[in-house]
Write a protein that binds this ligand. Structure first.
Ligand SMILES: [Mg+2]
Length: 225
C-alpha cells in the first residue's frame, strides 16, 4: 500500500515520538539490554533468567499507562529508570528525515502536535537531546490525560485541550493498536512506520499504509488555509 496524503485537506498533524520521529533503537536497546543487564546484576541472576522474567512482566502491562510509566518501573524493578535512560542518552536519535519533515510542516502552517505515551520525564529528556520541541505547537504526554492513546476516548480528551477536526487530521504512529484507536475516533488520515527500529526488520502494518521515510509524503504544498 502506497502512503497517500492530500495535504490540502489536512489542518492538524499528530505525531508520535518513539519509533515515529525518533529511532526506536534507543528504547529497544534500553528495555531489552540495558535494563535486563542491570536487573540481572542487582538480583544476582543471569542475563537469560532476567530476560525471561522481564519479558513476561512487561507483557502483562503492554498497552497500559503503567507500561509507559517511569515511576512504575522504578518501583517494580528497583532500578532508577530515569537515571539509566540519562546514562545512555547519546543513543537517542531522530529518524533520518524527521527534521526536514518537521521543518516543512512548520512552513505549511498546520497545527502540529507531538502526542506520545511516553512519560513526561522521558519526553523531556528526548526533546533536550534532539531539540525537536521547537517544531511543535504542543507536546502532549498521555499521562497528563490519564489514559493511553490505545484507548479510543483518548482522542476526545485531547481535542478538549487542543481542538482538531478528525476529518482534517493526519496521525503518524508506529503503533497499530494506536492507529486502530484513532480510527475509531474518526481520524481520517492514518499512517504507520515500516521500520521503527533502524536496526530491526520491516513490519506488516496492514490495514495501514506505512512510511519508509517521511520523503514518501513530501513535498508538502504551500499552505492554502
Ligand atoms: Mg511509538
Amino acid at each position: 500500500m502506497t502512503p497517500m496524503v492530500n495535504w490540502n485537506e489536512i489542518h492538524t498533524v499528530l505525531l508520535d515520538m518513539d519509533g515515529t520521529l525518533l529511532d526506536l533503537y534507543f528504547d529497544n536497546y534500553f528495555w531489552q539490554h540495558y535494563v535486563t543487564e542491570h536487573y540481572a546484576r542487582r538480583n544476582n541472576t543471569s542475563f537469560a533468567e532476567a530476560e525471561v522474567f522481564l519479558k513476561a512482566r512487561f507483557a502483562r502491562e503492554q498497552g497500559t499507562l503503567n507500561w509507559y510509566c517511569v515511576d512504575y518501573w522504578t518501583d517494580e524493578l528497583g532500578l532508577d529508570i530515569a537515571a539509566m535512560k540519562y546514562e545512555i542518552r547519546h543513543l537517542i536519535r531522530p529518524r533520518e528525515t524527521t527534521i526536514a519533515f518537521l521543518d516543512t510542516l512548520k512552513r505549511h502552517h498546520a497545527q502540529v502536535l507531538l502526542v506520545t505515551n511516553a512519560h513526561r520525564r522521558s519526553l523531556e529528556l528526548k526533546m533536550e537531546e534532539t531539540g525537536l520541541g521547537e517544531y511543535f505547537d504542543a507536546l502532549v504526554s498521555s499521562h497528563d490525560l490519564h489514559k493511553p492513546k490505545e484507548d479510543p476516548s483518548f482522542w476526545g480528551e485531547l481535542a478538549k485541550s487542543h481542538p482538531f477536526d478528525p476529518a482534517r487530521t493526519l496521525l503518524i504512529d508506529d503503533s497499530l493498536p494506536v492507529l486502530h484507536s484513532a480510527q475509531r475516533h474518526g481520524i481520517r488520515w492514518l499512517l504507520s512506520i515500516a521500520k521503527p527500529d533502524s536496526r530491526g526488520m520491516p513490519r506488516d502494518t496492514a490495514p495501514f499504509a506505512a512510511l519508509h521515510t517521511f520523503d514518501d509524503i513530501m513535498p508538502i504544498p504551500a499552505c492554502t488555509a
